[in-house]
Design a protein around this ligand. Structure first.
Ligand code: KG4
Ligand code: ZN
Length: 410
């Protein structure tokens, strides 16, 4: 069985093809077309631009992923006329996307239906205009190629990234569903979300939707304002560091040596930021106060200091550590209280080196009965391979029933 998965929930156009044989996964291709350069000058994602980029990228990325998976085959002459009959309806599906339609029409006239069994697409949560690009693209392909579509929750995709290979491997990987022992908790930390999701087993029949998974989800805590990734992005902007903020802050923080020679006259600046909601008994988070604290500290420093390399590095380190402290504390508290057997991480922020290291150390020390799973960094940030795996565990539908749901909850 081969799944072609599409994710356009935010600013990356991602397509992946996953092969499942005897319950073993093999990623045939996983392509992420990043829009970072387009959005950098705005310091964050600009939805209308992101939509335009998805329209430009989807067909070329489809071609590239089929090519990489050795599934791209040109049509022979008499197959071409058949496509034209279908094009009227296709135009209807893509009625608001004139440019996009023309690109896809050309592609479909040139190439044969690939050996794909099912499509999977992110329907939410995400940015409305972006989600619709992937959804309409999947609907169009579903219609022309006569394939069912599996609607996927992006957050569930981030959880399923934990089933993708831990090391870069060309060989087939076992369906690692058994890696997750229940109850389990997953911390999802991305640009749009910070959630603690509890996973508990259920009898398959009780799901009543024919899905392959046999567990259910419950959000036990989430951010009350900004997401952790958003906090990285916004504080980086205050410091004049480029978007996306996570990697920029990480890079600055890593450069902080103990012996610095700052413009403060030989003494290391001592910056202390709050750890919001660290002591609250629930599993919720709040990061907007942290952003404000960074802004206050920044504003109160003389210009000479706040543009200095040392200030940026030290502030970056403190921002990173404040976020890590809260994330670890709340996750371990949840792990203990729910006596979970597996702790998982997911989302772009989980690719942070320091966070990964400290999570490993603290869980070993404070929650040794829980096993920690962290996806490879490339599967933490948005990608369609995780959407393909999540698709495998969920139910297919007709293309007619697929629509974007920007506020979808897990
Ligand atoms: O999961 P993701 O790729 O997209 C969303 O679904 O939002 O996450 C993107 C977020 C951005 O806020 C970015 O700054 C953050 O993940 N991020 C990081 C790192 N790499 C990406 N945050 C901290 N450290 C990193 N190394
Ligand atoms: Zn994401």
């Amino acid at each position: 069985m081969k799944i072609l998965a599409i994710d356009t929930s935010c600013d990356d156009t991602s397509l992946a093809i996953l092969e499942i044989k005897n319950s073993k996964f093999k990623i045939l291709s996983n392509i992420v077309s990043s829009q970072v350069k387009v959005h950098r000058k705005y310091g964050g994602v600009y939805p209308i631009l992101a939509k335009r980029e998805h329209q430009r990228n989807l067909v070329p990325v489809l071609k590239e992923s089929l090519l990489k998976s050795r599934l791209l085959k040109s049509k022979i002459k008499n197959q071409k006329s058949k496509t034209q009959i279908k094009n009227k309806k296709l135009k209807k599906i893509l009625k608001q996307e004139e440019v996009f339609y023309k690109k896809l029409e050309k592609f479909l006239e040139k190439y044969q239906k690939p050996k794909i069994d099912v499509l999977a697409v992110t329907i939410g949560p995400g940015l409305d205009p972006c989600l619709w690009q992937g959804v309409n693209f999947a609907r169009a392909l579903g219609y022309v190629w006569n394939l069912p579509i599996i609607p996927v929750n992006h957050i569930e995709g981030h959880i399923f990234a934990n089933l993708l290979p831990q090391i870069r491997s060309k060989s087939k990987i076992k369906n690692q569903k058994s890696k997750i022992k229940f109850p389990a908790v997953c911390l999802i930390v991305s640009g749009g979300h910070t959630q603690l999701v509890l996973m508990t087993p259920v009898r398959k029949a009780s799901l009543s939707n024919g899905a392959r998974r046999n567990w259910k989800y419950k959000i036990i805590g989430e951010t009350r304002d900004d997401a952790a990734g958003e906090c990285f992005d916004k504080t980086a902007r205050i410091l004049g560091l480029p978007y996306p903020g996570g990697p920029s802050i990480t890079q600055q923080a890593a450069q902080l040596k103990l012996k610095v020679n700052p413009p403060t006259g030989g003494q290391k600046l001592k910056i202390f930021l709050p750890r919001p909601m660290l002591k609250s008994k629930d599993y919720d988070f709040s990061f907007s106060g942290l952003k404000t604290a960074v802004l206050y500290d920044f504003k109160k420093r003389p210009k000479k200091i706040r543009v200095s390399k040392e200030y940026i590095k030290e502030m970056a380190k403190e921002i990173q550590q404040a976020i890590i402290d809260v994330l670890i504390k709340k996750t371990i508290r949840a792990a203990k209280n729910y006596q979970v057997k597996t702790i998982m991480l997911g989302g772009g922020v989980a690719s942070n080196k320091e966070l990964r290291k400290q999570f490993k150390e603290k869980i070993k020390r404070d929650a040794p009965r829980s096993k920690l799973l962290i996806p490879n960094p490339e599967f933490c940030t948005d990608n369609a391979a995780m959407i393909a795996v999540a698709g495998y565990f969920n139910k297919k539908k007709s293309w007619r029933k697929i629509k974007a749901e920007p506020n979808l909850r897990i």
